[in-house]
Design a binder for this molecule. Sequence first.
Ligand SMILES: [Zn+2]
Length: 300
Amino acid sequence: MARFVWGTLQLLLVVAGVLVVAVYVSRFLPPVSPEKRQEATTVSPSQKPARRAKTDAKPTASAGEQTAEAVQEPQGVPLATGAGGVLSASAGLAVTSKEVDAGSPSARLVALTFDAGSSAEPVPQILRALAQRGIRCTFFLTGQWIERYPDAARQIAEAGHELGNHSWSHPAFTSLTDEQIREQLRRTEEVALRVCGRSTKPLFRPPFGARDERVRSVAAEEGYLTIYWTIDSWDSVKKDITPQMITDRVMRLMRPGAIVLMHCGSEATAQALPLLLNALDAQGYRVVTVSELLRSGNGR
Ligand SMILES: [Zn+2]
């Protein structure tokens, strides 16, 4: 009998113990686990923004990086609205007085540039050759040329090519005063806006390539980046140059990031273009505007 009572007590103790444990578990464990879950969900997002905030802080901390980002942004958007609501293909390009004669060598990109100061006769043929391949280039026009050949200037702009400033009357800027340089750039910008409805900013090609630190600084103050070249096609300096000679010379000197100097007034250049574009294509080069070239790989 005593053994039975003792056995029952033991059983009751075990049951009571189980109940106490069950109550303990039901009272304390359930509230604990949601808290833990809450922690788990609140901790990770609060860590993530903290991490994001760190990476966000980087660009704001360094103005240079922010500029690089801003410069990269317009890529793939050929026509952006520049200052004053004027359509400019070059919006977003940083203007400095630094020498620019090529883009980044990291991609097989090349910019063909056409300076206009003399004849406009080859222009339709040049535009046809570029249009056939859907290529857009950069045309540096003098103000006097735009006034003399407004239709050709408009055709260049309407075909979607990029316009640059090549001075008003093609003097060597190194022999001009600061004020004369400003006047040359401003008059050309004015006539480009009036005739083509497009700005020439921020690209300037110095006539004869005559430039120095002072010329580049004054040009930069006027909103222009001075663009020299990597390869002179010799289409304006070598008499009786043939389309094949132009193509051979340019391809011999070709390298990624090159800026090629050519001229709107050269019949040989107009005839060379289909050959040259074939050769560039065969070597995996893509032809882009100067501003596209300089934006890629954050150029300079
Ligand atoms: Zn020129």
